[in-house]
Design a protein around this ligand. Sequence first.
Ligand SMILES: NC(=O)c1ccc[n+]([C@@H]2O[C@H](COP(=O)([O-])OP(=O)(O)OC[C@H]3O[C@@H](n4cnc5c(N)ncnc54)[C@H](OP(=O)(O)O)[C@@H]3O)[C@@H](O)[C@H]2O)c1
Length: 282
Amino acid sequence: MAAIFRPIPWAFRGSLCLPLSARRFSKTVDENRSLAGKVAVITGSTRGIGFAIARRLAQDGAHVVISSRKQENVDEAVTILKEEGLSVTGTMCHVGKAEDRQHLVTTALKHSGGIDFLVCVAGVNPLVGSTLGASEQIWDKILDVNVKSPALLLSKVLPYMENRRGGSVVLVSSGVAYVPVPKLGVYNTSKTALLGLCKSLAMELAPKGIRVNCLVPGIIKTDFSLREKTMPNMLPDMNKIFGVQRLGEPEECAGLVSFLCSSDASYITGENIMVAGFSSKL
Ligand SMILES: NC(=O)c1ccc[n+]([C@@H]2O[C@H](COP(=O)([O-])OP(=O)(O)OC[C@H]3O[C@@H](n4cnc5c(N)ncnc54)[C@H](OP(=O)(O)O)[C@@H]3O)[C@@H](O)[C@H]2O)c1
């Protein structure tokens, strides 16, 4: 219990006292903006929710390292954001591969000298079907990418966040963690596991001044949800129950992540926060 009453590490009392060791930042942002001087690594950030988060963190002043499995997607995303005057670099990283995770960290360090934020967006769902009918390979793939990879990547990033004397990590779960969607049992389970991972990591890393929180999106309009027919089909039912009027936009997830990375969220850790139009949980 005593750990709860430890003094807040200095790096979390305000952004003014944080070291400015990153070399290149967005030219178009005001240096006083909340994330100025910070470096963010984002997985699964070439489209959808991850891309919206990358754009927002860069607009708010961070240098952002974009990544996903396909180099051409990385190149395209980097080009778009650079044309907007934002400070971004990118590299290919399949989060399920150890060598790719290491390469992502190395790339981020080469460009910017340190890492302040890690946002783990990449997630997969290769199965629509019964939970007990899922093969061991399906279980391994979903758990490797969705649950294990954020922890394994963070273990590589951790020394550099410790060097900065603090940091912020954001995991990305899903509303299906609370209300399972039929035929997505393995995916549902992986997203529920992330809620627990967030709590455990937050507790372990609090003494180091590193905060860990979790974005929990509802149904957001992206390739992922539109490909997954079950999700949009749920909307009429959800409308009846919760009064939700529409699908969410990726940009509506991005502001929360920027806030969680900023010093405005300095006393917030271990939280699983829904962005879903409405949430039935207390
Ligand atoms: N959309 C929703 O309604 C919704 C709701 C709740 C939660 N989520 C969660 O939000 C996250 C993003 O979903 P989204 O809707 O934005 O998906 P999306 O539009 O399909 O984008 C997925 C992104 O992740 C990359 N990616 C996929 N597998 C990867 C891997 N193994 N390693 C690294 N990058 C990978 C993709 O690029 P490449 O193809 O180049 O790899 C792409 O940049 C996922 O974790 C998903 O579970 C989504």
